[in-house]
Write a protein that binds this ligand. Structure first.
Ligand SMILES: Cc1ncc(COP(=O)(O)O)c(C=O)c1O
Length: 440
C-alpha cells in the first residue's frame, strides 16, 4: 500500500493554483524518477507502470541506458541546430533509419515536436499534394488538440466545445465491434455498412470525394477506447481512398513503434497508407513528431513549411539511439509484444469471464484494454467504477490510464519483465474484484 505524504498534497495544491487544468484525474501521482518497469513518486513509493506514460516508454520507463547516454552526450555537443535553416547530420541519419522501417516507397520525413504537429503536417502535406481542402476523419478518434487535428478529433465533446467550427473536417463512422450499429451482428457486415455509409451519405450528400484531400484514421483507436476495427474495414478503406483519389493518412502516434507487436499497426491489416504520422515512443522519452510520406507524392515547395524546433538535436539523439536499439532487437521486441500480449489478453479474458463488470477486453500485441460496464447485458458504461478501479490500483502500486468512456488501458513497456506484468495484472484483478464486490 502506497503512502500519500504532505509533499505530494502540496505539489497537487500548487499545480491547481498555477497550472491550467488539463486531463489529470484525481490520482495523487507526483512522479519523480523512473527506471525500466517502475516509476517512483516524491514520497518514495514505487509503482509498476502499466501506462508507458501515455504510450511513450515502449522501451522502458525513462528510456533505456543507450537512449539516455545519447541524449546526455548531445547536450554537451549542441542542443539546437536551427534545422529548418542550417544542415545537420543527426536528423538526416535518423530520418534515413526511420524510412528504413517504413514500407517500400516511403522516402521523405518532416520532423516536428509532438503528435498533434505530426497530424497538422500530414494535413498540410495532403493539401499541398492534392490541392484539395477537406479532411475526413472518424467519430471517436483522437488526433490531437491543435486546431487542424482537433477538427478531426472527436472522442469527447469536452475537447471540442467552444473551439470550433472546424470547416475542414468531416466525420464518418468507425466500426466498434463491441457496440455495433446498423443492426449488424457480423463484423464484416458492419465494416461494409460503414464503408457504404461513406459512399452513400458523405460522398453523395455532404462532400464530393473529389474535394477530399485525405482520410485520416487510427488503425486502432487509442483515446477513443482501444477499439480494434474489423480487418475488412481497413482494407476497404484503403480501396475506397485509392478508387477516389484520396490520400490515406495513418495516425500511428499511439499504435506505432512496436506497441502492437509490429512497427506499424497497419501491418496487421495488410495495408499501406500514403502518409504516416508518428510521435510518442519515437523519441524514447523526448518530444518528437514525424510525418512520413510516399516519395512519389512529391516535395513541399520552398518556404511553404518549416518549424524552429523540428529536428532538435537532443530529441534526435534520443530518437536515433532508440530506433537503432529497436532495429537491432526487432525480432526480440516483436516476440516480446506477441507473447506477453497473448498472456495479458488471456488474463484479461479470464477477468471478463469472472466479473460482470468487465464487459469487453481487446487489443493487438501489447496495446490492450478492458471496458468496464454496469452489467454485460446493458453494456452501460461503469464510469464511477472505472475511477474506483484506477484509484485502487494506484493505492497498491500500479499506474494505469483511462480511455474511452469507461475503458482502462493495459500498456506496460514492451520490455517489462514477465514477473512485473503478472504482478500488475494481479493488482488490476484485485481492484476489479474489490470494486465489483466479489472475491477472486
Ligand atoms: C492517436 C493519437 N494521435 C495524436 C495524438 C496527439 O499527440 P500529442 O499529445 O503528442 O499532441 C495522440 C495523443 O494521445 C494520439 O494518441
Amino acid at each position: 500500500m502506497i503512502k500519500i505524504t504532505k509533499a505530494v498534497e502540496d505539489v497537487m495544491k500548487r499545480d491547481r493554483r498555477v497550472m491550467f487544468t488539463t486531463t489529470k484525474e484525481d490520482i495523487p501521482f507526483v512522479v519523480q524518477r523512473g527506471e525500466r518497469d517502475h516509476a517512483w513518486d516524491i514520497a518514495g513509493n514505487r509503482y509498476i507502470d502499466f501506462s508507458s506514460f501515455i504510450g511513450v516508454y515502449n522501451l522502458g520507463v525513462n528510456g533505456n541506458a543507450e537512449i539516455r547516454k545519447a541524449a546526455k552526450e548531445q547536450i554537451d555537443r549542441l542542443m539546437h541546430s536551427a534545422f529548418l535553416d542550417y544542415y545537420a547530420e543527426l536528423p538526416v541519419s535518423f530520418a534515413e533509419s526511420l524510412v528504413g522501417m517504413m514500407p517500400k516507397g516511403f522516402g521523405r520525413v518532416f520532423w516536428s515536436n509532438s503528435g498533434t504537429e505530426a497530424i497538422e503536417d500530414a494535413i498540410k502535406l495532403a493539401r499541398i499534394f492534392t490541392k484539395k481542402y477537406y479532411m475526413m476523419g472518424f467519430y471517436n478518434s483522437f488526433h490531437g488538440r491543435s486546431m487542424g487535428s482537433l477538427g478531426l478529433t472527436s472522442s469527447k465533446v469536452s475537447g471540442r466545445k467552444h473551439f470550433g467550427p472546424f470547416p475542414h473536417a468531416i466525420h464518418a463512422i468507425y466500426p466498434n465491434p463491441y457496440r455495433p450499429m446498423f443492426g449488424a451482428s457480423d463484423p464484416d457486415d458492419y465494416a461494409m455498412a460503414c464503408i457504404d455509409y461513406i459512399e452513400r451519405n458523405i460522398f453523395a450528400r455532404e462532400c464530393s470525394s473529389d474535394e477530399i484531400a485525405a482520410i485520416v484514421f487510427e488503425p486502432v483507436q487509442g483515446e477513443g477506447g482501444y477499439v480494434v476495427p474489423p480487418k475488412l474495414f481497413i482494407k476497404e478503406l484503403r480501396k475506397l481512398a485509392t478508387e477516389n483519389n484520396i490520400l490515406l493518412v495513418a495516425d500511428e502516434i499511439q499504435s506505432g513503434y512496436m506497441r502492437t507487436g509490429k512497427f506499424l499497426a497497419c501491418e496487421h491489416f495488410g495495408i499501406t497508407a500514403d502518409i504516416y504520422a508518428m510521435a510518442k515512443a519515437l523519441g524514447g522519452g523526448m518530444p518528437i513528431g514525424a510525418t512520413i510520406a510516399k516519395t512519389n507524392l512529391g516535395d513541399t515547395p520552398p518556404g511553404s513549411h518549416a518549424g524552429t524546433f523540428g529536428g532538435n538535436l537532443v530529441s534526435m539523439a534520443a530518437g536515433y539511439a532508440s530506433i537503432k536499439y529497436l532495429r537491432r532487437n526487432k525480432r526480440n521486441l516483436e516476440s516480446m509484444a506477441r507473447e506477453k500480449g497473448r498472456y495479458m489478453l488471456k488474463r484479461l479474458e479470464e477477468m471478463k469471464d469472472r466479473y460482470e463488470m468487465v464487459g469487453d477486453v481487446r487489443g493487438l500485441g501489447m496495446m490492450l484494454a478492458a471496458e468496464l460496464v454496469k452489467d454485460k447485458k446493458s453494456k452501460e458504461p461503469a464510469i464511477k467504477e472505472r475511477k474506483e478501479v484506477l484509484m485502487e490500483c494506484f493505492r497498491n502500486g500500479l499506474v494505469m490510464l483511462p480511455c474511452g468512456v469507461s475503458t482502462i488501458r493495459v500498456i506496460p513497456p514492451i520490455t517489462m519483465l514477465k514477473e512485473n506484468v503478472e504482478k500488475g495484472l494481479d493488482i488490476f484483478e484485485d481492484a476489479i474484484a474489490k470494486v465489483s464486490g466479489r472475491k477472486k
